[in-house]
Design a protein around this ligand. Structure first.
Ligand SMILES: Nc1ncnc2c1ncn2[C@@H]1O[C@H](COP(=O)(O)OP(=O)(O)OP(=O)(O)O)[C@@H](O)[C@H]1O
Length: 540
């Protein structure tokens, strides 16, 4: 048999009685081209372009391979070459494509496809693509040629009607012949390619998208306001020190414990540590320990095996495992119930976890960062937090100061947050009026940067002119009184220190540990100083 002798009427059998159609002796289906195009669209919409490409390439490969076998079993060929060349013709006969004369994918000139059902359907359902889309056809060609040549052949497309080219063009070569150019395409062909491609691609896509968003924000910030390259605003020395320490901590692998009031930016600092660390390419996973019901917490952190509890229908890794190669950020760690605290301590000490319902342990390859906005020392004293875990966590502690302790950051942050809010609302605002700016600095911001962000969002919505006025600020911000002067003319240094300590003590409702931490001095120093004042005046 020669290729020219192929006749579709001899290859195609329709057995109306049995409701069967056969092509070269194999049972086949005749499917509507538009319905196939819709299937493709569903795949793309549900799983994304990469996963759809992997599915369709493998599907095509199997089809091409089986067709080559059928052609070999059914017909006697003059030569191996004739059997091989028949591939293009039968796929033309099946309606997949129209090959230009003299086209041979294995030749250096490759094969030109004057029409491709696949490119046509892609254009119809998904519009013009940015890269070649004849995924099934490449799979078919690769399957057919691999079977006939007895070695792996990869057909790749470099021009495609689906991306606006006049014709599609493909070439088939072995792995060795393609060399490095095959690398990006290989996962779409490989066995298990879908499973391999899906998690890897969607994971890295998510990471890239997040990084891109953050970079865009950081760039916008840099263009507008003097800040840190991380996009975190740190005008004053205390926050600059925090960022400097965070960068240094990024270089080591130890657990870092971030403390500070709610909304001060602990999670942002944790992200910074991850992003400047050697783990930056890995995932950053965050869990708010206070937001997950106790029953689910253990499985969320450590994973579970099928049947471990009702609803555990399949094995599932926990966040410790999922953060492999990256960072796991445990926010509100003070909210963890005691039972989970014990397991967390074991995980941190032994660097391994045990999934719920499983006996064997698995190593942890994630860096752990934890945060709390509670006074954990008090929780320990009250027996609600394990002392050993507390000590284990606070080996490296980083305290993010509240906004009222770094008033220099208030205005740069406010301007930035206002600009972001205005951009979201598509409003053009030039900034703050002087009275509004003064009032922002007066307020104590108990909700910290988050509260400031909300106030700026509200102001961006309310502002009638180009600048935010005093009346655009929330009531409690407008009511704020000027803070007591930190220094007074003619006062001694000791008097200024005393005033600052007593003011801080009052702000913290007499809580000495918190006051000492805020002032950056030890609790013993604070006791000593308070005792001195008492001795001298008879009252604190
Ligand atoms: N220095 C900063 N520069 C710019 N934005 C900041 C800064 N600090 C915090 N933010 C913003 O303030 C908000 C609160 O920050 P974040 O969630 O990191 O605080 P947190 O201390 O982790 O809060 P919580 O304890 O409630 O979890 C976020 O929107 C964050 O982007």
């Amino acid at each position: 048999m020669r290729v020219e002798d192929l006749d579709i009427r001899e290859l195609l059998e329709v057995d109306a009685e049995r409701g069967e159609v056969r092509f070269a002796g194999r049972k086949v289906l005749i499917l509507d081209a538009v319905a196939m195009g819709l299937l493709r669209k569903q795949l793309v919409d549900t799983f994304g372009l990469s996963a759809a490409r992997a599915v369709l390439t493998r599907f095509g490969f199997v089809h091409g391979w089986r067709m080559a076998e059928a052609m070999h079993a059914e017909l006697t060929w003059d030569s191996e070459e004739a059997w091989r060349n028949a591939g293009g013709v039968i796929h033309m006969l099946q309606g997949h494509l129209r090959l230009a004369p003299e086209s041979d994918p294995l030749s250096p000139r490759g094969a030109t496809l004057e029409s491709s059902y696949e490119a046509e359907q892609h254009l119809l359902h998904l519009g013009q693509a940015e890269a070649p889309v004849c995924w099934t056809l490449c799979g078919i060609g690769s399957g057919y040629l691999s079977r006939t040549l007895g070695q792996e052949v990869f057909v790749l497309e470099d021009r495609c009607q689906g991306q606006g080219d006049a014709a599609c063009h493909v070439r088939g070569q072995t792995r060795l012949e393609w060399g490095e150019a095959l690398g990006p395409h290989l996962p779409f062909f490989q066995e298990g390619g879908i499973e391999a491609v899906l998690p890897a691609l969607s994971g890295s896509l998510k990471r890239t998208e997040r990084k891109l968003r953050e970079k865009q924000r950081a760039l916008a910030r840099l263009a507008r306001a003097p800040g840190d390259p991380s996009g975190l605003i740190a005008r004053g020395p205390s926050m600059r020190r925090v960022l400097d320490l965070a960068r240094r901590m990024a270089k080591v692998e130890s657990t870092v414990f971030l403390t500070g009031e709610s909304g001060v930016g602990k999670e942002r600092v944790a992200r910074l540590i991850h992003e400047v660390s050697a783990r930056a390419a890995g995932p950053f996973l965050a869990l708010n320990c206070g937001a997950i019901p106790e029953t689910l917490l253990e499985s969320e952190l450590f994973g579970h095996v099928r049947g471990a509890f009702t609803g555990a229908v399949q094995d599932r890794p926990g966040l410790f495992e999922a953060a492999h190669g990256g960072t796991l950020f445990l926010d509100e760690v003070g909210e963890l119930p005691l039972g989970v605290q014990a397991k967390l301590l074991r995980a941190l000490q032994e660097r391994q976890v045990r999934r719920v319902g499983e006996n064997r342990t698995r190593p942890i390859e994630a860096r752990i960062l934890a945060a709390t906005n509670r006074e954990l020392a008090e929780e320990v004293a009250a027996g609600r937090f394990r002392k050993d875990l507390y000590y284990r966590l606070r080996v490296i502690e980083l305290r993010v100061p509240p906004l009222r302790e770094r008033r220099e950051d208030i205005l740069p942050l406010a301007r930035e947050l206002l600009a972001e809010a205005a951009q979201r609302m598509r409003r053009s605002l030039a900034g703050l009026t002087a009275p509004a700016a003064d009032q922002l600095v007066r307020h104590d911001w108990p909700g910290n940067v988050r509260e400031l962000a909300n106030a700026m969002e509200r102001a961006a919505a309310l502002a009638q002119g180009r600048r935010v006025e005093l009346e655009d600020l929330p009531e409690d911000v407008r009511q704020a009184q000027a803070p007591p002067p930190a220094s007074g003319e003619g006062q001694t240094l000791e008097a200024i220190e005393k005033a600052a300590i007593l003011a801080a003590l009052e702000r913290n409702a007499g809580h000495q540990a918190r006051t000492a931490a805020q002032l950056g001095i030890g609790v013993t120093t604070l006791y000593r100083k308070l005792k001195q004042y008492k001795r001298r005046t008879g009252r604190p």
